[in-house]
Ligand binder design. Structure first.
Ligand code: ADP
Length: 486
């Protein structure tokens, strides 16, 4: 007996313990059943006490539990039975049974581990499901133990990381990142882990047997109580094909933009010839005048000669500028983003749109803060503006009215809006839904390329283009462009 512990305390403990206790007399009849044992059995103590254990628990007969009971009774040695499985109406229960000498008889200590077994088997089922899913998917499911810098995956990584056996040092992976991406990725991983962010999503290139593969890496980061990153659990996806397709689309887009620019230039070529005619004719006549002065006059009027030469010079630079503009418009531009001043881009587009219609300059009103700028491909943005301004001028011309209003302003901290409003006949309702489709044109010499190209450019910049009717007549084209580009 423990020092100072009373019999009542012991029996109260046995009675209320969450372990089933069944006491057996030397003749194997039950002398004690506690509350938990009643619960497990489903009958009350009065129904059980005095009856033989083999009669009360017929299922244990012939099992290891019977052997243990008999052994304990004979040799006074206890033992634990392996997991004992039995059934209750409508369900299976799992018991862990310990048999122990108890006074002159033995006691069974019975732990109901049904919930635990169920949890275990559910865990196994989930683990198996996870295994199968990760094997079925081409994606790599990984776990990066950040403290120990160990990388582990359920498999599948062989496709992207041939030759790597997991678990392994994280360095094995970072060493395979493309040299151009490696430093950036090391910094990004470190920064993300230190920032306390819950997840990351990165794209980078890795060496797969000498070929660069594009990887999309998304992970959740697990932190400890002190906020230190412990693990990153995530998925890696080989997106090489998607990346190649995206590159092809970008290439085709820039090709298309190039083609449209060239074709737009084609339609402008005759107008341009007319435009160049004027400065060239001026240069010719000033030079002829100078020649005459030099040939005929006895005394050279230097002032007059200088003026003729200056005029000729000015004409040639005007002609040069027209040609230069045309060349930069037709040059195939790569995907690039620079700070583009909106006011300047509009001025350039207006100059181009006015070629052959310089008399319309005064019908344009421009309201743009000289400071507005966006990160964009300047030539492409000018191309969009040129398309819209030319359309506006042509719409006005067709309606026999004049006036185009071009304005731009900041819509929010990260977005600017540009609008081009004309007083033409507006867009017919049936044309509106397909306005931005290729080859939709109502003009005799129209190509129907301007608007779809404009939309492609604007969307490639992460922006939007839309159109509205204007009262009492005319159309407004609105552009929305993110200031920080895309
Ligand atoms: P194109 O000018 O070569 O026809 P676009 O793609 O630039 O090609 O324009 C397609 C069509 O959209 C035009 O033919 C015209 O019918 C209509 N459209 C474009 N802009 C306007 C406008 N400002 N007002 C009225 N209709 C317009």
């Amino acid at each position: 007996m423990l020092y100072g512990v009373t019999d009542e305390q012991v029996s109260s403990l046995l009675q209320n313990w969450k372990v089933g206790v069944v006491g057996l007399r030397p003749d194997f009849t039950l002398e004690f059943v506690n509350a938990e044992a009643e619960r497990i059995d489903g009958r009350v103590a009065e129904e059980l006490i005095g009856r033989s254990v083999w009669e009360v628990l017929p299922n244990v007969v012939g099992t290891e539990v019977e052997e243990l009971i008999r052994l304990a009774m004979e040799t006074r040695k206890g033992g634990t039975a392996p997991l004992y499985r039995t059934s209750r109406p409508g369900r299976t229960i799992f018991l862990e049974i310990r048999v122990q000498p108890w006074g002159k008889g033995v006691a069974l200590f019975i732990l109901d581990v049904t919930n635990w077994v169920q949890l275990e088997s559910e865990k196994e089922r989930l683990e198996e499901k996870y295994m199968l899913a990760s094997r079925a998917s081409p994606d790599i499911q990984y776990e990066w133990n950040i403290k120990d810098n160990i990388w582990d995956s359920q498999g599948g990584h062989e496709s992207l990381y041939p030759g790597i056996v997991t678990p392994t040092e994280i360095g094995e992976f970072t060493a395979r990142i493309h040299p151009d991406d490696r430093e950036r990725m090391n910094t990004l991983f470190r920064q993300t882990l230190l920032s306390g962010k819950a997840h990351w999503a990165f794209e980078y290139r890795v060496n797969r047997n000498g070929v660069w593969a594009n990887v999309e890496d998304r992970a959740f980061i697990v932190y400890d109580e002190e906020g230190m990153p412990v693990r990153a659990v995530g998925v890696m996806k080989d997106v090489s094909e998607t990346a190649a397709r995206q590159m092809e689309i970008t290439r085709l887009q820039s090709e298309l933009i190039h083609v449209s620019r060239v074709s737009a230039m084609g339609t402008m070529a005759s107008v341009l010839a007319h435009e160049l005619n004027q400065p060239l004719a001026a240069i010719g006549s000033y030079l002829a005048g100078a020649e005459r002065l030099l040939e005929e006059a006895d005394e050279i009027d230097r002032e007059l000669l200088l003026q003729a030469v200056r005029e000729a010079h000015a004409g040639s630079s005007r002609a040069g500028k027209i040609i230069q503009r045309l060349r930069s418009m037709t040059m195939k531009a790569e995907h690039k983003r620079d700070w583009t001043n909106i006011s300047k881009a509009v001025d350039n587009a207006v100059s181009l749109a006015l070629i052959g219609r310089t008399e319309l300059r005064d019908t344009l009103s421009i309201d743009i803060s000289p400071k507005l700028q966006v990160q964009a491909d300047e030539i492409q943005i000018e191309q969009v503006l040129l398309n819209l301004i030319r359309n506006a001028l042509e719409a006005n011309e067709e309606a026999g009215r004049s006036g185009v209003k071009i304005s731009a302003r900041e819509l929010s901290v990260d977005m600017i809006g540009i609008s081009i409003a004309d007083v033409g006949n507006g867009i017919p309702a049936d044309l509106q839904p397909k306005l931005f489709d290729f080859f939709v044109s109502t003009k005799d010499d129209g190509m129907g390329i301007g608007l779809p190209i404009s939309r492609t450019i604007v969307e490639a910049h992460g922006g939007k283009i839309s159109i509205e009717d204007r009262e009492p007549y005319g159309a407004v084209f609105r552009l929305m462009l993110p200031i920080n580009g895309h």
